[in-house]
Design a protein around this ligand. Structure first.
Ligand code: AHR
Length: 535
C-alpha cells in the first residue's frame, strides 16, 4: 500500500500545483476578477442641509421635438392626450415627481413673445436658434401651465430680456398672476383661466453674455435691476414664503469673463437698494469633451466613457468656485445657486436635424446623472435648484418619443431611483473611493451620498464608476434591521434603451445581506444603486 500511494500523491501534488498555477495566471491576466471591498461610514448624528427637491428640476425648450411631439401633440392627435398634452409622457413624468420645469428656453426665451402664444389665433413665427424651423405657438402660456398641472410641477418661466422689453415681461406676469379685474386678467379668464396662476420661479434672461444678447456684466446688471423692479407677481397667494423667486443670469463656465460676471452681479446685489432684489443666480455647465468635435452618444467604447466622466466631474470645482464668490457677497447663503442647465452634449445623431440636438442616452449618461446629483447634494446649502437639459428628445433627455412610441432613458431611471432624496436631509458618508484608470485618465472608482427622509428612514446612493470591477460595500455607522435596494446597470457602457428594446437598462432589485446589523451589498460594475435602510 505504502509503495502504491507515493506516486499517486506526487501526481496529485503535480495536478494541484498545475491548478494553482493556472488560477494564478488567470487572476494575473484578468485582474478584473478580483473583487474590491469598500467600507462606507455614515454619521447620522451629523445631519446636514436639506437636499432641495428642486435639484431634480427639468428644462423644456422650444427646440427640436422637445415641446412639439415630446409634450404637445394637439387635442386632435391620434396619440392619446389630455387637452393636447400626451398622456404617456404625463404618466412617466408624474412618476418622477418633477418639482419644476424651466420654459420656454434657453436661447429661445430671449426671442419669445408671449402674446403670440395666447388666444384663439396663434401667430406662426420662426425659431432661428434651433434649425430655423417655424414655431406654431400652439403650445403657449396656457398649454404650459396645463401641462405643469397635469404632472404636478411648479413653473419656472424665463422672461425675454434679449429682444423683449420690461413692459412686455411685466404684462406677461400681470396676465398670469393678477387677481383683480384688469384688462389682462380678464383676457386670461376669457382664454380659459379665471384664477391667477402661480409662478414659483422667474428667470431674468438666459445666457445674456452670449445668445441672450451679448451683454457686458454691467449692462446686464442694470437690466436685472429694471426687470426685478417692474416684473411683478400679483398673485395674492404668493406673498411671504410663497414669493416668486427671481433668478439672475450667472456664469457658464470657468473663463475669466464668467468670474467677472458672477462678481458683478453678486456685488451689485450686495449693494442693492430697497427697490430691487433677486433670490437666485443661475449657472450653466454642459458635459462636453470638445465643443468643436463632440463625442458620439452611441457606439462608443471605454476610453470615451472615461473621458465623459472626467469632464462631468468638472462640475465640482465649478460649483466650489462660484460658491466661494457668492460667499464673499452673501455669507448667509440667501441667494441660491441654480444650475439650471446641465447635462451631456454629444454630436447630433446621424440623419437628425443638427439644430434639434438629438442624441441617445446610455448607461454612461446614467452614471453622469448620478455623479452630478451627488455633487449638487453635497453643495445643498448653496445649490438649491438644478435643471437637466433637456426633458424630452433633446440632449440628455429623460424621455424619447417617435410618433406614438415612447421610451424611458437610463437618465430617467436615475431620477426615479433618487426619489427618496427629494427634500431629504443630507447625512455625511465617508469612504475610500479607490481609483478607476483608463489610459491617461484616473477617476474615483466609487461615489456615494446618504440622506434621511422626513420619516427618518436612511437612504444611500452608491455609484460604481468602474465599468469592469464589481465592488463589495459594507455599511457602518448604523445598525440596520433590514434594507431594500435597487440597482441600474447594463451589459455595456454604451447600452441604450430603444423603441424596439425599451427595457435593456432599467432598475432591478439588488440583494442586501444584513449581518449583525451591518449591510453588505455587491455592486455591479458601472452601476447606480439606491439602498433604503430600516433601523
Ligand atoms: O440647452 C440648449 C441651449 O444651451 C440653451 O438654449 C442655451 O441656454 C444653452 O446654450
Amino acid at each position: 500500500m505504502a509503495s502504491g500511494t507515493q506516486p499517486r500523491s506526487a501526481l496529485l501534488e503535480c495536478i494541484r500545483g498545475a491548478v494553482l498555477f493556472a488560477l494564478a495566471s488567470i487572476a494575473f491576466a484578468h485582474p478584473v476578477l478580483a473583487q474590491r471591498k469598500v467600507e462606507l461610514l455614515v454619521d447620522p448624528s451629523k445631519a446636514g442641509d436639506r437636499i432641495d427637491r428642486n435639484l431634480f428640476g427639468q428644462f423644456a425648450e422650444h427646440l427640436g421635438h422637445g415641446v412639439y411631439e415630446g409634450i404637445w401633440v394637439g387635442p386632435d392627435s391620434r396619440i392619446a392626450n389630455t387637452r393636447g398634452v400626451r398622456t404617456d409622457v404625463v404618466t412617466a413624468l408624474k412618476a418622477l415627481r418633477v418639482p419644476n420645469v424651466r420654459w420656454p428656453g434657453g436661447c429661445f426665451a430671449d426671442e419669445y413673445h408671449w402674446r403670440k402664444g395666447v388666444g384663439p389665433d396663434r401667430a406662426v413665427t420662426l425659431n432661428p436658434n434651433w434649425g430655423g424651423v417655424t414655431e406654431p405657438n400652439t403650445f403657449g402660456t396656457h398649454e404650459f401651465m396645463d401641462f405643469l398641472d397635469q404632472i404636478g410641477a411648479e413653473a419656472y418661466l424665463s422672461v425675454n430680456v434679449g429682444s423683449g422689453t420690461p413692459q412686455e415681461a411685466a404684462e406677461w406676469l400681470e396676465y398670469l398672476t393678477a387677481s383683480q379685474a384688469t384688462t389682462l386678467a380678464k383676457e386670461r379668464a376669457a382664454n380659459g383661466h379665471p384664477a391667477p396662476y402661480k409662478i414659483a420661479y422667474l428667470g431674468i434672461g438666459n445666457e445674456s453674455w452670449d445668445c441672450g444678447g451679448n451683454m457686458t456684466p454691467d449692462y446686464y446688471l442694470s437690466q436685472l435691476k429694471i426687470y426685478t423692479r417692474f416684473v411683478r407677481n400679483y398673485n395674492p397667494a404668493q406673498s411671504g414664503d410663497q414669493q416668486m423667486l427671481r433668478i439672475a443670469v450667472g456664469p457658464g463656465g470657468d473663463e475669466p469673463r464668467f468670474v467677472e460676471w458672477a462678481e458683478t452681479v453678486m456685488k451689485g446685489w450686495q449693494d442693492r437698494k430697497w427697490s430691487w432684489d433677486m433670490q437666485g443666480l443661475s449657472m450653466h455647465n454642459y458635459t462636453v469633451v470638445h465643443w468643436d468635435k463632440k463625442l458620439s452618444s452611441v457606439g462608443f467604447a471605454e476610453p470615451e466613457y472615461a473621458q465623459i466622466l472626467k469632464s462631468t466631474l468638472e462640475m465640482e470645482p465649478l460649483i466650489s468656485k462660484y460658491s466661494a464668490i457668492m460667499d464673499k457677497y452673501d455669507p448667509d447663503k440667501k441667494i441660491a445657486l441654480a444650475v439650471d442647465e446641465w447635462g451631456t452634449w454629444y454630436a447630433p445623431l446621424p440623419g437628425s436635424n443638427p439644430g434639434f440636438l438629438v442624441q441617445q442616452n446610455s448607461m454612461r449618461d446614467a452614471i453622469v446623472a448620478a455623479l452630478n446629483l451627488n455633487i449638487f447634494a453635497r453643495h445643498a446649502a448653496r445649490v438649491r435648484m438644478a435643471n437637466i437639459a433637456q426633458m424630452i428628445n433633446v440632449l440628455q433627455a429623460m424621455i424619447m418619443t417617435d410618433g406614438e412610441k415612447m421610451v424611458l432613458t437610463p437618465s430617467y431611471y436615475v431620477y426615479k431611483l433618487y426619489l427618496p432624496f427629494q427634500d431629504a436631509t443630507f447625512v455625511p458618508v465617508t469612504f475610500n473611493a479607490g481609483a478607476y484608470t483608463n489610459g491617461e485618465i484616473t477617476l474615483p472608482a466609487l461615489d456615494a451620498i446618504a440622506a434621511r427622509d422626513k420619516s427618518g428612514k436612511l437612504h444611500l446612493e452608491v455609484t460604481n464608476v468602474d465599468p469592469n470591477q464589481p465592488v463589495e460595500v459594507t455599511l457602518n455607522g448604523v445598525t440596520a434591521r433590514s434594507a431594500t435596494a435597487e440597482t441600474l446597470t447594463a451589459p455595456k457602457v454604451d447600452s441604450v434603451n430603444t423603441f424596439d428594446a425599451p427595457h435593456l437598462v432599467m432598475p432591478k432589485p439588488l440583494p442586501v445581506k444584513v449581518e449583525r446589523g451591518k449591510l453588505i451589498l455587491k455592486l455591479e460594475p458601472k452601476s447606480v444603486s439606491v439602498i433604503s435602510v430600516e433601523q
